[in-house]
Design a protein around this ligand. Structure first.
Ligand SMILES: [Mg+2]
Length: 168
C-alpha cells in the first residue's frame, strides 16, 4: 500500500479568489509550494489534489480552462503530482456526492492508488476539506486557518505543513 498526501488546491497550492482562479493571469502558485511538494515526494508520498471547481457547473469557466492551469502547475513542479480529482458540481445546479465535504473523490483516489490512510494526510484550508478527510481516517493539517480550526495541526502554508509531516 502507498502513503499519500491529499491536497486541496485553492488556498493551499495557489492563491484563492472569491470569484475563482481559472486563467493563468490569476493562477498564482503560493510561496514554498514547489519545495514543499518536492520534499513530500522525495519522502515517498504520492501527491493527489482533491478540489471543488463549481465554477464549471455555474458556467464561469470550462474544464479546458481549468486544465490549462493544471498543466501549468505540473510544469512548475516537474510533473510530480500523481493525480488531480475535481468536482465540477454545485448544489445550486446539481447535487453531487463528489463535491467536498462529500467523500467520493477521496474514496476514488484511495482505491485507485491503493492508499494506506493510516500513513496519509490531507492538507486543506477549509472545514469542508477536513470533514471528509477525517471521515476517511486521514490525519489533517489546516493552512491559513481562518475557517473553523478542526485539524490535527494548524500552520501557515504548505511548506511548513510538509516540514511538520516529515518530522513525525
Ligand atoms: Mg481551499
Amino acid at each position: 500500500m502507498n502513503k499519500c498526501i491529499f491536497l486541496d488546491r485553492d488556498g493551499v497550492i495557489n492563491k484563492d479568489f472569491v470569484d475563482y482562479a481559472y486563467s493563468l493571469d490569476k493562477f498564482f502558485i503560493l510561496d514554498g509550494v514547489e519545495e514543499g511538494l518536492k520534499n513530500l515526494k522525495d519522502a515517498g508520498y504520492l501527491l493527489v489534489i482533491i478540489t471543488n471547481q463549481s465554477g464549471i457547473a455555474k458556467g464561469i469557466y470550462t474544464r479546458e480552462d481549468m486544465q490549462v492551469c493544471h498543466d501549468y502547475l505540473q510544469d512548475r513542479v516537474g510533473g510530480i503530482i500523481d493525480g488531480i480529482y475535481y468536482s465540477p458540481y454545485h448544489q445550486t445546479i446539481t447535487e453531487s456526492l463528489s463535491r467536498k465535504p462529500g467523500t467520493l473523490m477521496f474514496e476514488k483516489a484511495i482505491s485507485k492508488f491503493n492508499v494506506d490512510v493510516n500513513q496519509s494526510w490531507m492538507i486543506g484550508d477549509k472545514k469542508r476539506d477536513l470533514v471528509p478527510a477525517i471521515k476517511m481516517g486521514l490525519k489533517t493539517i489546516q493552512v491559513d486557518g481562518h475557517d473553523d480550526q478542526m485539524a490535527d495541526y494548524v500552520t501557515d502554508d504548505l511548506l511548513s505543513a510538509s516540514k511538520y509531516i516529515l518530522e513525525q
